[in-house]
Design a protein. Structure first.
Length: 186
């Protein structure tokens, strides 16, 4: 069983903002897999589906970004899933818009959602797919930036990046993380 967690903030005002690319990836995967991510459980909207022979849980935490770990620890304990079968998808300001990076494990960096998850799980030993959202201009407020929407000239890049992130997650499920990293960490 795989648990795919897209990070974001609940609420209309946060839809399609830089900080919500994880939710956007889950929405695209749900459409692709014919899943409905509407059941409220574990402080998250979840949907179940099958991808090949694998059972997959698609998850959008509803705790707000900084408490994402509360959802993940509930799911981890309830489903008794291995850490390497949890894939977290989230925004990264250190990557250009639409670029993606897959890692087997790592630190939270400056990302508060990831800090919460690593703190609650007691480990950073789980795969992640980072989706680039770029950096704010020097002197600009980081919180305001990540809660902003993409500019018109960034739209094509982010759409391509979200699609690539979905393909990377699919490859991680159907094949394995090493093949996915070789294909998508370009």
């Amino acid at each position: 069983m795989f648990v795919i967690v897209g990070l974001g903030n609940p609420g209309k005002q946060y839809e399609h903002t830089r900080h919500n690319v994880g939710f956007d990836v889950i929405d695209i995967l749900a459409k692709e897999y014919g899943a409905s991510v509407t059941k409220m459980k574990h402080k998250a909207l979840i949907g179940e589906c099958r991808v090949g022979s694998e059972k997959v849980l698609l998850v959008k935490p509803q705790t707000y970004m900084n408490l994402s770990g509360e959802t993940l620890i509930d799911i981890y304990q309830y489903y008794k899933v291995e850490l390497e079968d949890i894939i977290v998808v989230y925004d990264d300001i250190d990557l250009d818009v639409g670029k993606i990076r897959i890692r087997k494990k790592g630190s939270a960096g400056s990302h508060n959602g990831m800090k919460s998850i690593i703190k609650c799980l007691g480990s950073g030993d789980f795969p992640r797919v980072r989706v680039g959202v770029s950096k704010p201009e020097p002197g600009a407020d980081l919180a305001n930036f990540v809660l902003s929407r993409f500019r018109k000239e960034e739209q094509l890049d982010i759409e391509n990046g979200l699609e690539k992130a979905c393909k990377a997650v699919d490859s991680m499920i159907r094949e394995n993380i090493d093949l996915a990293m070789n294909k998508y960490n370009i």
